[in-house]
Design a protein around this ligand. Structure first.
Ligand SMILES: N[C@@H](CCC=O)C(=O)O
Length: 554
C-alpha cells in the first residue's frame, strides 16, 4: 500500500496533481468545512457517539435496531449503527427490483451516463486529494480498523488514484466493443460489455474505504445498480463516502446502502435476487453464498498467502523489511498478508530472521503499527500458537505473547507480531497440513526452510492450498522464477528481489486465480470481468443474393 513513499511525499504529490488537474473545481469550501461529512473523526466518543444510517430509494433512513460498536482501542461504546432487520428489508428489495436486467445504462441505453460517471469520478478524486478530506478519511479508518496513519492514508490514496483513472472518457472506454466481419454482405458481429442490472456488493472490515469504493464504482461504471453492505464494524467510513459521492453528483437512485447482520442480508438477497453478487470476505461465508445464490457470485475470499525466498541471497535488510510489512502491517489483517515464508537454506545462514525480529519488535500500539485484531481473540491466537508448537521440531521465533499495557476490549485480539518455525517435512504431513495452513487474520506467520533439492516439496505444499490470492517469489534468478511461477496459480504474484505480497495499488490486478468464481479489483480488466458480461449482437441486414431460392431442408 504505497509503503514506498512517505506520507508527506504522498500528500505533496496528491496536492500537486489536484492543483494541476482540477483548478476550476471549487475547493475552498470543502477544504474548510467538509460539506459532505456528518461526523468529525476525532470527536467520536462515548459521550458523543456517531450514528450510521442506511440509504434507500434516494433517502437516508434509520432502523428500529441500533447496534452499538465499541471503540477497538478502549472498549467505549462510540458508534451506533442503524441495522435493518428482516421485517424492514422491503424498501431495499423494491429498490433493487426496479432495476431491469439490462441495467441503468448500456451501450444502447443512456450512454451519456458513461460520461456522467467520468465526471463523478473526477470530482470525487479531487475531493480525496484535498489534505483535509484525505486526513478525515484516514483518521476515520483508523478509528474503526486501527492501523497506522500511513496504512490508512494508503487506502485513501489508492482510492483517489483509482477515481482519477476513471475520469473523463475512461468509463466509456471500459464499455468498448469490437466488431468482426461476417460471412456475407450486411453481416457483422459485435461484442459488447453488458451490465447485470441489479447487483449486490458485500465487503469486509479490513479495508473500509478501498474495497467498497473500487467495487462500487466498478459496478456503477458498467451500468449496474448496486446495493452495498459493508461490515457494520467499519461501515461509518463508507457511509461518509456515500455522502461525498452524492456531493460529487452521484444520482441518489443509483446505489442503496444497507447495514444489517448476515442473516438479514441473506434474506434480502434471496428476495431481491440480484443478478450478480460480489463477496469479499471469509471462505466459509463465501461457500454458503455460492449455494444460496446458485453460483451467481464472484469471490475474493481468504488467502493463505506465501512468500518464497530463492537461492540468491541479497539485500537482506530490504527483504527483511518487506517481510515485516507483509506479515505485520495492519496487524496482519490484509487478505494479502504473508502467512508463510519459505526460506531457501542460503537465507537461514543470513541475518534475515534476526533483522525481521528487530523490525517486528519496533511495532507499537501508540502509532498503531500493531493493534487490535478484529476477528480473533488473543486466546484463540495463543491456542493456535500452542498447537503449532506441539509439532516436532517447531519453535517460536519471536512474539507469541499478548500485547501489554492496553485497553483493547477482550472481544478483540491483542498479540505481539509472531513468527513460528515449523519444519517443511512436518508441514506436509497429513495430520499437520491443515493446522499449519489455517489462516489467522492477525499478526501471525509461519516460517520454514527448504534445502536446495527440496523445491518440489515447497511446490507440493502450495499445490495443496485451497485459496490462491497473493504470492511473492523473492529472487532475481530467472530459472528459479520460471519454475515457481510455472508451477503455481496465485492471482496476484510478485516476482523478483523486491517481491511482496501486500500493498497492491489500483494499477495491479488484485484477486485470486484458479477459481472460475474469482473476482478482481482495481484495473479495467477487473472491472470488466466482475461487473459486466459479454453480449454479441450480430447485424445481418442483407441484401439477399440475387436470384436466391429456398434451398432443400437440412
Ligand atoms: N490493496 C490491498 C488489498 C485490497 C483488497 O481487495 C492489498 O494489497 O493488501
Amino acid at each position: 500500500m504505497n509503503r514506498f513513499l512517505s506520507r508527506s511525499q504522498l500528500r505533496t504529490r496528491a496536492t500537486q496533481n489536484a492543483a494541476a488537474w482540477f483548478s476550476p473545481f471549487s475547493i475552498s469550501r470543502s477544504v474548510h468545512s467538509l460539506p459532505f461529512a456528518t461526523v468529525d473523526a476525532e470527536e467520536i466518543s462515548g459521550s458523543q457517539p456517531a450514528e450510521v444510517l442506511n440509504f434507500v430509494q434516494g433517502k437516508w433512513k434509520g432502523a428500529s435496531t441500533w447496534n452499538t460498536l465499541v471503540d477497538p482501542l478502549n472498549g467505549e461504546p462510540f458508534i451506533k449503527v442503524a441495522e435493518v432487520d428482516e421485517i424492514e428489508i422491503q424498501p431495499f428489495v423494491e429498490s433493487l427490483s426496479k432495476c431491469p436486467k439490462h441495467g441503468l445504462h448500456n451501450p444502447f441505453k443512456a450512454p451519456e451516463r458513461y460520461l456522467l460517471y467520468g465526471d463523478i469520478s473526477a470530482k470525487a478524486a479531487h475531493m480525496l486529494s484535498l489534505p483535509k478530506v484525505s486526513d478525515f478519511f484516514s483518521r476515520l479508518i483508523q478509528r474503526v480498523a486501527p492501523k497506522s496513519y500511513q496504512q490508512a492514508f494508503g487506502e485513501v490514496y489508492v482510492t483517489q488514484k483509482f477515481l482519477e483513472n476513471f475520469s473523463g472518457d475512461q468509463v466509456r472506454f471500459l464499455a468498448r466493443s469490437f466488431g468482426v466481419p461476417g460471412n456475407h454482405i450486411g453481416q457483422q458481429s459485435h461484442g459488447f460489455r453488458w451490465p447485470y442490472g441489479p447487483v449486490a456488493i458485500i465487503t469486509p472490515f479490513n479495508f473500509p474505504l478501498e474495497i467498497p469504493v473500487l467495487q462500487l464504482m466498478g459496478a456503477l461504471y458498467m451500468g449496474n445498480k448496486p446495493i452495498l453492505k459493508v461490515d457494520s464494524k467499519v461501515s461509518i467510513v463508507m457511509e461518509q463516502m456515500m455522502r461525498l459521492l452524492h456531493y460529487c453528483g452521484l444520482p441518489v437512485d443509483d446505489v442503496d446502502f444497507i447495514n444489517s447482520d448476515g442473516k438479514t442480508m441473506n434474506k434480502l438477497l434471496m428476495e431481491a435476487n440480484p443478478r450478480m453478487t460480489l463477496f469479499t470476505g471469509s471462505s466459509r461465508v463465501a461457500e454458503k453464498l455460492v449455494g444460496d445464490l446458485k453460483g451467481r457470485i464472484k469471490l475474493e475470499d481468504a488467502g493463505f498467502d506465501w512468500k518464497i525466498l530463492g537461492p540468491d541471497v541479497q539485500e537482506v535488510d530490504y527483504v527483511a523489511w518487506v517481510c515485516d510489512q507483509d506479515a505485520y502491517a495492519c496487524s496482519g489483517q490484509k487478505c494479502s498478508a504473508q502467512s508463510i515464508l519459505f526460506m531457501h537454506e542460503n537465507w537461514s545462514s543470513s541475518s534475515l530472521i534476526s533483522k525481521l525480529k528487530d523490525l517486528a519488535q519496533r511495532r507499537k500500539l501508540e502509532d498503531l503499527t500493531i493493534g487490535p485484531v478484529l476477528t480473533f481473540t488473543t486466546e484463540a491466537m495463543l491456542e493456535h500458537k500452542n498447537k503449532l508448537l506441539k509439532i516436532p521440531g517447531s519453535k517460536l521465533l519471536f512474539g507469541g505473547e499478548p500485547l501489554k499495557n492496553h485497553s483493547i476490549p477482550s472481544v478483540y485480539g491483542a498479540l505481539k507480531p509472531t513468527a513460528i518455525y515449523v519444519p517443511l517435512e512436518e508441514i506436509l504431513k497429513e495430520g499437520n497440513y491443515e493446522l499449519v495452513t489455517r489462516e489467522i487474520f492477525g499478526p501471525f506467520q509461519i516460517v520454514t526452510e527448504y534445502k536446495k533439492d527440496q523445491l518440489p516439496l515447497v511446490l507440493d505444499a502450495l499445490e495443496r492450498m485451497h485459496a490462491h490470492l497473493t504470492a511473492a517469489v523473492v529472487s532475481n534468478d530467472p530459472i528459479f522464477l520460471q519454475n515457481v511461477i510455472g508451477n503455481t496459480v496465485n492471482g496476484t504474484t510478485y516476482a523478483g528481489l523486491r517481491a511482496r505480497t501486500t500493498g497492491a495499488p489500483q494499477n495491479h490486478w488484485f484477486g485470486p486465480a484458479g477459481d472460475p468464481r474469482g473476482a478482481g479489483i482495481g484495473t479495467p480488466e477487473a472491472i470488466k470481468l466482475v461487473w459486466s458480461c459479454h453480449r454479441e449482437i450480430i447485424y445481418d441486414f442483407g441484401p439477399l443474393p440475387k436470384k436466391w431460392e429456398i434451398p432443400p431442408s437440412t
